[in-house]
Unconditional design. Structure first.
Length: 58
């Protein structure tokens, strides 16, 4: 079994005003001489992940 790592959770409010604790990971992406700092949502293996889906008309 591999060693686990801990990641900080950030408090965010959803559309209903409920406070959620979501794990974000800060990353630096690079390609050649270009760099971009991003924040990614970390999949922690929760039983259910639900994201708001907005259907776009074509």
């Amino acid at each position: 079994m591999s060693k686990g790592q801990r990641f900080a959770h950030t408090k965010k409010k959803n559309n209903l005003g409920l406070t959620l604790h979501v794990p974000f990971l800060n990353l630096v992406l690079n390609h050649g001489d270009r760099f971009l700092q991003v924040t990614a949502l970390l999949d922690i293996g929760a039983d259910v992940n639900v994201f708001e889906y907005k259907r776009q008309s074509l």
